[in-house]
Design a protein. Structure first.
Length: 55
């Protein structure tokens, strides 16, 4: 029985629509660029405060 990891797609990663691979690559590159700008990140204390359930 053949298995595959989650990052593998049955169609070889091409997606079903034209331009999908380019869109996916651009999206990942934008995310990586954004992750390097630490000043734009939300402080963890604020995230925890905002996610805290009200009682």
């Amino acid at each position: 029985m053949a298995t595959r990891t989650d990052h593998e797609t049955p169609d070889g990663g091409e997606g079903t629509e034209p331009g999908y691979a380019a869109w996916k690559r651009a999206k990942i590159e934008r995310g990586l660029t954004q992750s390097r700008d630490r000043s734009a990140m939300i402080p963890v204390e604020q995230v925890w405060r905002d996610l805290k359930l009200e009682r």
